[in-house]
Design a protein. Structure first.
Length: 181
């Protein structure tokens, strides 16, 4: 292969970190440089997400300590009404407020292959984050997109579905849910 071809070769999906790996337990680091390297990382994350058939991916899942993730909702078997959206890159996210209303739903995770968990999430959240240019965005998210945001936000706090599903509020809420069923 010629050198030019190698340089222009499309990037490959990155290996996905699996539960048990230290990077998934760490708090992510604030992004300060909105440079080409950050854009390239986001591009590779998007590629890895699509390759793994995911609807979201956080930087720690591709062994980066930075506080960013991608959400890309689309209708799927479990959430047929999920909206189809272009991937959104979310940098340095904050959850400003969250609805008291919680909804339970099944979630999987690229880092916890083959397992699904019933997880309670806020139905609606107001969030703030920076885009790849460093500009602050503020928006309200609801339903499946809010669920993806909360799942990926957890990753940036070092929390995977394994920890989340064991949290006391999940147990309490799950029991309450059963009583209603
Ligand atoms: Zn995940």
């Amino acid at each position: 292969m010629f050198k030019d071809e190698m340089l222009q070769a499309p990037s490959q999906p990155l290996p996905i970190a699996l539960v048990g790996e230290a990077i998934l337990k760490e708090h992510a680091i604030e992004v300060r440089d909105f440079d080409t390297a950050l854009s390239q990382l986001a591009e590779q994350m998007a590629l890895s997400m699509v390759a793994a058939n995911g609807v979201g991916i956080a930087a720690p899942q591709v062994h980066s300590p930075l506080a960013l993730f991608i959400m890309a909702s689309r209708p799927n078997e479990r959430y047929p009404d999920a909206p189809l959206m272009d991937p959104v890159v979310v940098v340095n996210p904050q959850i400003l407020s969250a609805s008291a209303e919680l909804v339970s739903g099944e979630e999987g995770c690229l880092s916890v292959p083959g397992q699904r968990f019933s997880i309670w999430r806020h139905q609606t959240i107001v969030v703030r984050y920076q885009d790849l240019a460093g500009h602050w965005q503020q928006t309200e998210l609801t339903g499946f997109i809010a669920r993806i945001f909360q799942h990926e936000f957890d990753h940036l706090q070092g929390i995977t579905l394994l920890e989340r599903s064991q949290m006391p509020e999940q147990t309490v809420m799950a029991q309450a849910g059963n009583h209603q069923a």
